[in-house]
Design a protein around this ligand. Sequence first.
Ligand SMILES: NC(=O)c1ccc[n+]([C@@H]2O[C@H](COP(=O)([O-])OP(=O)(O)OC[C@H]3O[C@@H](n4cnc5c(N)ncnc54)[C@H](OP(=O)(O)O)[C@@H]3O)[C@@H](O)[C@H]2O)c1
Length: 299
Amino acid sequence: MVGSAIARRLAADGYSRLILRRRAELDLTRQAAVEEFFARERPEYVFLAAAKVGGILANSTRPAEFIADNLAIQSNVIDAAYRNGAKKLLFLGSSCIYPKFAPQPIHEESLLEGALEPTNQWYAIAKIAGLKMAQAYRAQYGFSTIALMPTNLYGPGDNFSLVDSHVLPALIRKCHEAKLANAPAVEVWGTGTPRREFLHVDDLADACAFLMREYSDEAPLNVGWGEDVSIAELAHLIAETVGFKGELRFDRSKPDGPPRKLLDTSRLTALGWQPKITLKSGLAATYEWFSAHQAHLRR
Ligand SMILES: NC(=O)c1ccc[n+]([C@@H]2O[C@H](COP(=O)([O-])OP(=O)(O)OC[C@H]3O[C@@H](n4cnc5c(N)ncnc54)[C@H](OP(=O)(O)O)[C@@H]3O)[C@@H](O)[C@H]2O)c1
């Protein structure tokens, strides 16, 4: 989702020498393949958008993949980019790396100030290591690395699987299928009370392009919308967008995750960047994309 959005943004901005690889063409966990790729292509600006990504269920049932794949991907890419003369590298962390009970809204300084949310600790530890590795390469080698911490993302290219997706795409799919089947209800995981922030992926891509041009510092930057909604509010908004008129049933036996996750984006906005796509319009556009791409969705 993010890699495609960054590629769309850069192409729209007129950059024509984009070097893109799908996983089937280059497995970033394989060190020799990554070294060979960087030595051959020698990219100047590197956006590292690949990672093992998933929701609560995927994180808690496949912890080894979440920690091992992410550590390998980022170590291989950061090191090979530096050794092959890249001018700059952008690393994507995540709001999941902050402590479970970090003061809200979460400031970048909260990193490592408390215990992590246990359900995604494997992913979080790997991402924290990636952020630290980027800072270490800057400190020791002068390699211009920057790290962004995006909030929950959504948009075209999202993963609509019911097993390893995030809450927003999972609810779009559930409401859509319930509408088609005339089902009386849709199940929503958890109590509906946790609050989450959502950013359209095209806004994140815009921030990535802006910061690759304008920012070079070891301090990580949060990227978010600036306001949050409860999962219940999100579910109702999605049902309305999709046109599902049945009941939303909250399954309290499923985990909630942290009670609230809203990022403090004042560092980023002080640099002159603001997101533009509201949740309502972003959801409408995402549902339109979902409806038009039924045959090619990631399920
Ligand atoms: N989605 C969010 O809400 C969110 C929030 C905060 C931060 N982020 C960060 O943003 C970045 C992109 O996330 P996303 O939402 O775009 O996830 P995504 O849609 O799942 O994209 C990740 C991409 O990485 C690829 N990949 C995974 N393992 C790979 C490997 N070993 N070699 C090469 N490619 C590999 C995946 O390929 P396959 O599909 O073939 O596996 C997929 O194309 C990640 O760093 C993530 O941590 C995402």
